[in-house]
Design a binder for this molecule. Structure first.
Ligand code: SAH
Length: 336
C-alpha cells in the first residue's frame, strides 16, 4: 500500500490522523483488504477501495518448492519486476527475502540480477508490500534484504521499510541488511542507525584482485576499507556481522582462500556463511560439498565461526534475480 497516498487520501476525505494508523495496523497484521477493517466506517472503506490500491505490487507468477519455499515475481505499477521469497524452516521460522531495487546497477559476475538491466530503486511501500504479501499467507518472523538490488544504494527507503517491519512481527534483531560494501550507504548505516538491525557483507573473496574480478564494485570500494567499517558496526552493536561467501568451484574455494579470509576477518567480529552456489547459467559452477567442508575446516582451525547455508528453493529458480531473468528469456524466445 502506498502509505503516502493513503495519508493524502485520508486527509482529502477530512479524516482524523489516527485513521492512517488504523489502516496500517490492519494491513500489517495480514488483513486481506479494506473490507476486513471493521473499525472503519463502511463508506470510508469503499472510498479507500476506490482510491488507494491495497498493494503497490501485482503478482505476476508464484512458485512453490518441494521444501515449502515460495518465490513470487511481482510487477510495480510502472511495470518493473520485483522478486521476493518466503522460506519455511522445520523449526517454524519463516524468513522473507526482500528486494530493495528492481534489477541492480552492480554487475557481480555470478549473480542473475547483476546480469539484467537495472530498473529503479523501490519505494519503502513497494518493499513493505513484498513482505505484506506473505504476511497475508501466514505469520512471519525474519527478514533478509538479500533479494534483488543493493540496499545501500537505496538507503532511505530500505531503512524506512525496515523500521516498519516490527509491526508485521519481524523485530530489528531478526532483520538483516546485506551489502556488497557500498561505502557511502554503509557509513550512513553505521553512523545513523540506532536499531539493532543485523548487517551482512557479501565478500566472496578475501584478496582484492580476485574480488575485483568477481565483483567489479571492489575497484571502487576496496574490501579492506569496507571490512573496517563493518568491524566498527560489530563493536557498536556488540553483535557479529555476517559474511556471505558464495562457493564457486575452482575460483574462490581453495584452502588458501580460506586462510586469506580467516586472516582478514579474525575470530571476534564476524560470522561466515558459506553459500552453495545456485547455478544460474553463468560461467560458474558450485563447489562440491567436500570442497566446502575443507574450506570450513580451515576457518574452524582459525576460530572464525562459520556455517554452511542451507540451500532452499533450488527447484524453483529461487536464487537472486533468477525468476525475473527466466521470464525475460522465455518472453524473448517466444514468437510475437
Ligand atoms: N546486493 C546485496 C544484496 C543482495 S544479497 C549483496 O550482494 O549483498 C544476495 C546474496 O545472494 C549475496 O550474498 C549474493 O552473493 C548471493 N547470491 C547471488 N546470486 C547467487 C546464486 N546464484 N547462488 C548463491 N548465492 C547467490
Amino acid at each position: 500500500m502506498d502509505l503516502t497516498l493513503l495519508e493524502s487520501a485520508l486527509s482529502a476525505l477530512g479524516e482524523p490522523p489516527y485513521r492512517a494508523r488504523q489502516v496500517w495496523e490492519w494491513t500489517a497484521h495480514g488483513a486481506a483488504g479494506y473490507d476486513a477493517m471493521t473499525n472503519l466506517p463502511r463508506g470510508l472503506r469503499d472510498e479507500l477501495e476506490a482510491n488507494v490500491p491495497f498493494s503497490t505490487l501485482a503478482v505476476e507468477t508464484e512458485r512453490q518448492s518441494r521444501d515449502g519455499t515460495v518465490k513470487t515475481l511481482f510487477r510495480t505499477t510502472d511495470g518493473h519486476p520485483v522478486e521476493a521469497v518466503l522460506m519455511r524452516y522445520r523449526d517454524r521460522r519463516r524468513t522473507l527475502c526482500l528486494s530493495s531495487q528492481s534489477g541492480c546497477p552492480l554487475t557481480c559476475t555470478f549473480c542473475a540480477t547483476g546480469q539484467m538491466a537495472f530498473g529503479r530503486n523501490l519505494t519503502a511501500s513497494e518493499i513493505l508490500d513484498q513482505a505484506l504479501h506473505f504476511r497475508r499467507v501466514e505469520p512471519v518472523d525474519h527478514a533478509v534484504f538479500m533479494g534483488m538490488g543493493e540496499p545501500m544504494l537505496n538507503f532511505d527507503e530500505v531503512l524506512a521499510a525496515a523500521r516498519r517491519l516490527p509491526d508485521l512481527g519481524i523485530t530489528h534483531r531478526r532483520t538483516t541488511i546485506s551489502t556488497v560494501g557500498w561505502l557511502p550507504g554503509l557509513k550512513r548505516f553505521v553512523e545513523e542507525v540506532d536499531e539493532p538491525i543485523r548487517l551482512a557483507l557479501s565478500v566472496h573473496a578475501a584478496n582484492e584482485k580476485l574480488r575485483s574480478r568477481i565483483m567489479p564494485v571492489n575497484d571502487r570500494y576496496p574490501l579492506r576499507d569496507v571490512v573496517e567499517e563493518c568491524r566498527r558496526y560489530a563493536a557498536t552493536v556488540n553483535r557479529r556481522v555476517y559474511i556471505e561467501y558464495v562457493m564457486l568451484a575452482g575460483v574462490n574455494d581453495a584452502p588458501e582462500h580460506a586462510r586469506e579470509l580467516a586472516e582478514l576477518l579474525g575470530p571476534d567480529d564476524f560470522k561466515v556463511n558459506l553459500i552453495p552456489y545456485n547455478p544460474t547459467g553463468s560461467v560458474y559452477q558450485g563447489s562440491s560439498r567436500e570442497r566446502i567442508a575443507v574450506f570450513k575446516a580451515v576457518l574452524d582451525r582459525a576460530h572464525v565461526p562459520a556455517t554452511v547455508r542451507l540451500t532452499r528453493g533450488r527447484d524453483i529458480e529461487a536464487a537472486c534475480g533468477q525468476l525475473a531473468a527466466a521470464r525475460k528469456t522465455k518472453r524473448a524466445a517466444s514468437p510475437v
